[in-house]
Design a protein around this ligand. Structure first.
Ligand code: C2E
Ligand code: CA
Ligand code: CA
Ligand code: CA
Length: 278
């Protein structure tokens, strides 16, 4: 009886209605946007701090809505995940990013391409074949693809996630743990899982210059990861002093507004050309 009461209240609460209608509308617009090519991909450099070179880029999806303007991923990725639309969306991002990677490789730029996955993908046993198909279509090696997954995504279906990750790595794809340190099981799956890279979350990185504890955490995490043979990326580097501090620690790649904002392919292309000439 108490439950019925609660349901009735939430059913008729205006807030519930507005949110639901609004989300349904956004979802149907997103579906149309995928067909209408309103989505595009921007790329953010990942930099080797010791020499400033761009060694990889992360593909980040953008939605240019004709009326709403730029809609940020945090607003539509969760909708896409809940509806299953995340599968065609990720196909689009992978296809676009690997197509772009093929162009850069043809110009002589050997960078890694990182693409974000959602939890749903890690329980999709068909994913590895699909990824291999897209890479083959663009004639790029799977070893230049890095798939970023979060701890939370792995933990939502750990047995299947293990299987999917093992198969991907068997194909040569690299796996990166995104937002590292914000989940709960960091150390236990570091021990268990085969992965290639850790991305230390921005929430630890951004304050290392003023917070001793953050600095200790970041420093130890880098040490641990390097000792385990993993690559480490520090995310969310927003200023020069933080860049310098991380460079000092050594062995870590950097990503953040200070090193390069996400931008269209031409912007990254120009940057790669500059570095190539230097
Ligand atoms: P993420 O994977 O952690 O990506 C990094 C986010 O941090 C990006 O936000 C990036 O623009 C932002 N960022 C980079 N450097 C800095 C910095 O120095 N300071 C600050 N404050 N932010 C920085 P964005 O592009 O809005 O994406 C947000 C999240 O949406 C991503 O977080 C990722 O979880 C998700 N996302 C983005 N593109 C895709 C995609 O193609 N597929 C999936 N499944 N998720 C995506
Ligand atoms: Ca990411
Ligand atoms: Ca991240
Ligand atoms: Ca994130």
């Amino acid at each position: 009886h108490a439950k019925l009461e609660r349901d009735r209240i939430s059913m008729y609460s205006p807030k519930f209605d507005v949110n639901t209608v609004e989300r349904l509308r956004l979802l149907s617009e997103l579906r149309a946007a995928l067909d209408a090519r309103q989505l595009h991909v921007v790329y953010q450099p990942q930099v080797d701090l010791k020499n400033g070179r761009t060694v990889g880029v992360e593909a980040l999806v953008r939605w240019r809505h004709p009326v709403r303007g730029l809609v940020v991923p945090d607003e539509f990725i969760p909708l896409a995940e809940n509806s299953g639309l995340i599968f065609p969306l990720t196909d689009f991002v992978l296809d676009t990013a690997l197509g772009q990677l093929a162009i850069w490789r043809a110009q002589g730029y050997e960078v890694r391409m990182a693409v974000n996955l959602s939890a749903r993908h890690l329980s999709d046993l068909g994913l590895p074949d699909q990824v291999a198909d897209i890479a083959a279509r663009h004639n790029v090696p799977l070893s230049s693809l890095v798939l970023e997954v979060t701890e939370t995504a792995i933990l939502s279906d750990p047995i299947r996630a293990d299987a999917v990750i093992k198969t991907l790595r068997g194909l040569g794809v690299e796996i990166s743990i995104d937002d590292y340190g914000t989940g709960n099981a960091s150390l236990s799956y570091l021990k268990r899982l085969e992965i290639d890279e850790l991305k230390i979350d921005r929430s630890f990185v951004s304050n290392i210059r003023i917070d001793d504890h953050d600095l200790i955490i970041v420093k130890s995490t880098i040490g641990l990861a390097l000792a385990l043979g993993l690559r480490v990326v520090a995310e969310g580097i927003e200023d020069g002093p933080t860049t310098a501090a991380l460079r000092e620690l050594g062995g870590v790649l950097g990503q953040g507004y200070h090193l390069g904002r996400p931008g269209p392919p031409e912007q990254i292309g120009a940057r790669l050309a500059d570095e190539h000439r230097a």
